[in-house]
Write a protein that binds this ligand. Sequence first.
Ligand code: AMP
Length: 440
Amino acid sequence: MNKMSVSDLGNIQGKKVLVRCDFNVPMKDGVITDENRIQGALPTIKFLMEKGAKITLCSHMGKPHNVFDAKVKLNKKEQAKVDALPAEEQEAAKAELLAKAEGDKKKLTLKPVADRLNELLDNKVTFATDVIGEDAKAKVAACKDGECVLLENLRFHNGETKKEDDFCAALAEYCEIYVNDAFGTAHRSHASTAAIVEKGLVKTAVCGFLIEKELTVMADTLENPQRPFIAILGGAKVADKLNVISNLLEKCDTLFIGGGMAYTFIKAKGGNVGTSLVDDEKIEYCKQMLEKAEKLGKHIVLPVDTVAAASFPSPIDAPIETKIVDTMSIPDDMMGLDIGPATRQMFTNLLDTAKSAIWNGPMGVFENPTLAQGTIAVAQALANLYGKCTTIIGGGDSAAAVQTLGFADKMSHISTGGGASLELFEGKVLPGIACLNDKN
Ligand code: AMP
């Protein structure tokens, strides 16, 4: 990796450092239900604290529906919406929007994260109730060496996602050094993830240990994999992963395709897919990928059997009657909802030979226990490779499955960013990383 990291910074005693973290943790009724992301940020924060920096931490949380600072107000789009209504309806519409914003402000505050950080960091974290307002400015100015201020949710301001100049400039006031350690948002070009550096407002910009680890493991495996290198892709639609398929085909030796995506490929090969999820517009694309694989001497491995049902489960976890059918001849009135037992065995056997493996996307409608067997089998097969293969889980549903099944410590790397790791798999340069200083 040729980007500078916090360990390249030299003496930072007393220096103002802004750290973009990913504290977008799942919460229920104000309680954090999974603190992996907080734990993931600790090595960088502790390192900077030990070095005596004055640290400002910032993150987004969820997608607040409105723009608001200390005081709730309508943003321009919402105001325009209200203005377009007949005069007698405007007051009620405005009140409804403000009530939603007020609700988001309570639900999506980073205060519980500050409380947890304080427990983990010896009470050295102060929480600012705004981002660029008076409270934040005063607390950042009063921050002592080796201590931290956590700003309120960045997305309470429109300026964050819109990269507004004023907002970027105000954030840049908090730092002489910018550290990006939020891999989960590194594929976004927002004020705090890239723009304050891109606009030249901060000159020293480095990554934290979390991003360094994500890049080292994933980029190195993609560029210099131990072979055989097997990629496993699943999930709903081919259309969402067009560039991922094409790029991975160039890097790996074998590409397994499961999940809803598989049926467009099966149809492209002349199979009958019944009422399975199919993207007719992408059949030509699938044919091209099958040809590309052949030309490159690579293998695209598709399911040979499928767990089919009369309809999609509703609700998604409802009991469902299923039948195992040949993937190439799914009955007209049935849809494929998971890979079948022969495919599970085939994928497991092939994986056993792998020296590198990456996985993104479930093999079926894993939210339903009857349709989760394919996803579980892939997670189990990867866990079995512990110690003899580099196994990378590309975030999102696959990471959740591996964690729920208790296989997390059997994987070489579980990415903290589903969207960001998919963009790495596409071969894209992530803005939050591209903006950082190169080594030397
Ligand atoms: P993605 O966000 O593209 O990774 O897709 C994840 C979703 O794909 C999950 O919610 C699964 O339920 C869904 N999925 C997986 N296999 C199928 C299938 N055979 N048919 C319909 N949906 C599927």
